[in-house]
Design a protein around this ligand. Structure first.
Ligand code: 3EB
Length: 293
């Protein structure tokens, strides 16, 4: 294990001291495992800053940036935020983007002829292109729709690069055909850094197509199939049941089926959130952190 292991994710423990910072997840919690709470811990001192309407948390190795807004022009806001995040992190010496969480209001709605998820993809791609980042490794990412007008973008940057893991059952997102968005989504299926494996929002996608349209239990199983492949490709010896899961469910009525599936899967640590998965025919998506400790 690396000596410089600075970030761990804990569940179920109370922090030793009051956390001065709480990252927003602007979605309704439908269910969670007993005592669920996600804590990001680091061995180093953390500095907290509010600056020009966003928050920065920095340690020797990591920089977290958090942007929130209520009523925005999506294209303009995403462009401004991504540009600022990339530029500020690079200037501060944290050039490697490991992970993003993109929570966007009404993600499947159509605005001026384009689905809002597609507008987000276009804006993200344009910023990366103009900053000449299209050949850089893509971060692990989540893109989910909120219901309460809130938008939030969270970035985890680091001084050292992670290692990208793609899923051999799936087309890399940046090679998706343009039916999903006029500019391809830019995310990797997983990133591993030290012994922490971040799996992106993982859904029932095989190749580039949605598998099991309309079938929640089968989509759940396909998510776990995809995660299993990512674990195997990472070379790490994690078990599916040991991950820390965030599930996103489009339809509240599916909650009993999801709970039943989780129970049978032996997953211990989870939260189930009510959010719109960015492709309309995906009923469920999950993201997972695996780590050995
Ligand atoms: C998929 O596999 C599902 O655009 O950043 C999942 C996670 C998905 C992140 C993104 C999209 C994104 O294609 C969609």
């Amino acid at each position: 294990m690396s000596e410089h292991r600075l970030l761990t994710f804990q569940w179920g423990l109370q922090p030793h001291e009051a956390q001065p910072f709480v990252a927003p997840v602007p979605l309704e919690v439908l269910a969670e495992s007993p005592g669920y709470a996600e804590h990001w811990n680091t061995a180093d001192d953390a500095n907290y800053e509010h600056k020009d309407g966003h928050q920065l948390i920095s340690t020797e190795e990591h920089l977290v940036m958090v942007f929130q807004a209520d009523d925005v022009n999506l294209h303009d806001w995403v462009s401004q935020v991504y540009r600022r995040a990339y530029q500020a992190s690079k200037a501060a010496g944290y050039p490697h983007l490991l992970r993003t969480w993109n929570y966007l209001y009404d993600i499947n709605a159509t605005d001026q002829g384009l689905e809002r998820y597609q507008t987000f993809c276009v804006a993200r791609h344009q910023v990366m292109e103009s900053l000449q980042l299209l050949n850089d490794p893509n971060p692990a990412a989540t893109a989910i729709g909120t219901h309460n007008k809130e938008n939030s973008l969270v970035f985890l940057f680091a001084r050292s690069a992670g290692h990208v893991i793609e899923n051999k059952r799936q087309t890399p997102a940046w090679e998706y055909p343009q039916q999903y968005a006029p500019r391809q989504p830019r995310f990797s299926r997983a990133i591993i850094i030290d012994d922490v494996l971040f799996c992106s929002g993982t859904a029932s996608v095989v190749g580039h197509e949605t598998a099991h349209v309309g079938n929640l239990p089968a989509q759940f199983d396909e998510c776990l199939n995809n995660l299993q492949v990512l674990i195997e490709s990472s070379g790490a010896r994690h078990r599916l049941a040991d991950g820390m899961y965030r599930f996103y469910v489009r339809d509240k009525a599916h909650l009993p089926q999801v709970s039943e599936k989780i129970k049978n899967s032996q997953i211990q640590q989870y939260v189930i959130l009510h959010g719109d998965v960015c492709r309309e025919n995906l009923l469920i998506e999950c993201e997972v952190v695996f780590q050995s400790n």
